[in-house]
Design a protein around this ligand. Structure first.
Ligand SMILES: [Zn+2]
Length: 206
């Protein structure tokens, strides 16, 4: 992994310039893929599409703000913790399907990071997660066929196991890898298990 000069993202609220990490090169060696579609690649860290301004505390989409080349080799990836993800969900616009999907995924990843970092969410955090995700899933999002797995997975993660299984029973994956994921999600749903799980464990691939 070779970092290069950071990017400077300009906050649309207060104009503060946040240093965002940039890589010259990297690879997915040792990457772990999780059932919520998050890939954790130690040798290929990527910046979060949604950033929190360290100066004013507001949120913005990285692709929508002015970016300039910085000079520092150091920069942040800026992935949100769950409490910040709740605030981002409440603050940012969710007008287009892309905005809704992106926020839903960032929100779910931030919640699942609690498990990924070997912690247990509080009952309040789980309730908030369930409320927001079930609200999101009422909207027309994840409608493309290749997003069926993530949609079913989110239903499983909020404990709507029958809905998860019925979506997957109607889905015919196009390849063996997806078929394997489908079967694993069904297995977890049948066991009434809501926890995110590893599909590919980077540590076991060495
Ligand atoms: Zn700001």
């Amino acid at each position: 992994m070779q970092p290069t000069e950071c990017l400077l993202a300009k906050c649309p609220h207060c104009k503060h310039k946040k240093k965002i990490m940039q890589l010259m090169s990297g690879n997915t060696f040792g990457a772990t893929l999780w059932s919520d579609s998050k890939q954790v690649a130690p040798m290929l860290p990527t910046p979060s599409p949604i950033q929190k301004c360290p100066n004013c505390g507001h949120f913005y989409e990285l692709r929508k703000v002015k970016l300039k080349q910085g000079s520092d080799l150091w920069g942040e990836t800026g992935w949100l913790q769950f409490d910040d993800a709740i605030d981002a969900y409440n603050e940012l616009p969710r007008e287009t399907p892309q905005e809704r999907e992106q926020l839903t995924i960032i929100f779910a990843w931030a919640f699942n990071d609690i498990y990924r970092f070997d912690h247990t969410p509080t009952p309040e955090q789980f309730d908030t997660f369930k409320r927001v995700i079930s609200e999101c899933l009422q909207l027309p999002i994840f409608t493309a066929p290749d997003q069926t797995l993530i949609k079913a997975e989110l239903y499983r993660e909020i404990g709507m196991f029958d809905k998860c299984i019925s979506i997957l029973n109607d889905y015919n994956p196009g390849n063996e890898f997806e078929l394997d994921i489908k079967n694993k999600i069904i297995e977890k749903a049948e066991a009434n298990d809501t926890k995110v799980f590893k599909l590919i464990d980077g540590r076991n691939r060495f």
